[in-house]
Design a protein around this ligand. Sequence first.
Ligand SMILES: N[C@@H](CCC(=O)N[C@@H](CS)C(=O)NCC(=O)O)C(=O)O
Length: 212
Amino acid sequence: MKLIGSYTSPYVRKISVILLEKNIAFELVNASPWSNDANVTAVNPLGKVPVLVNSRGESIFDSPIIAEYLELTYPEPPLLPADRLDALRVRQIEALADGVTDATMAIVRECVRGAGEQNENVLLNQRDKIRRGLDALERHAREGLRLNGPVLTLADIAVACTLGFINYRRVMPNWCVDRPVLVTLVERLFARTSFARTAPPVAATLYGAEML
Ligand SMILES: N[C@@H](CCC(=O)N[C@@H](CS)C(=O)NCC(=O)O)C(=O)O
C-alpha cells in the first residue's frame, strides 16, 4: 500500500491517521501536487493528493473515497457505525471538517499573492465559512455522539486534521475562544500516536503554496 502526498496536506494526514489507527502497513511516497510531480499526475488525473495505491496497483483518490475504501477493506477497528444512515451522519461531519479545510486552504492561497493583490472579499467570505463551520463542529462535539464520543470515529480524525491545519497555517489563531469542547477534543487526539507520527513539518514559510 502506497500513500502519495505529504503531511503538510491535512487530507493526506487524515488518511495516514486512518492507516495507523487500523494498523495497515503503508509507505508514504513524498510528492507535491504543486509542481506537476509525475508521481501525482500518473496516479490521479486531477493532480491532487492524497492518492492511495493498493497492492493491485489501483489508485484511489479523494480522501473521503479513500476513507470509505479503507473502512470496507479493513473494517477493524471500525471508524464508522455499522448502521448505514448513522455512518452517513458521521461522514457528514467529515465533509463539514473537509469544507473548513478547503476554506482554510483558499485563504492560504490568497495570502500567497502579494499584499496589494489579495481580494478582501475572498478572505472575508472564506473566514466566515471557517467560523460557521467550527461553530457547527463545536455543537456536534458537545453532543458527544458522532464526534467526541466514547469511540474514535472518522469525524474525530477529520476534525482534528482540520484544526491541526488551521493551527499550522495560523489562519485563525483565536478559533479556540468560545469553542472549549473542540479544544479538549483535539488535545486528547493529538496525544495519540497516530497524530504524533503525522504532524506536519515545521513550515519554512507561512504561506508557501508549495507547502500546502
Ligand atoms: N477533496 C480532496 C482535496 C484534496 C486537495 O485539494 N489536496 C491538495 C493538497 S492539500 C492538492 O492536491 N491540491 C492541488 C491542486 O488543487 O491542484 C480530498 O479530500 O482529497
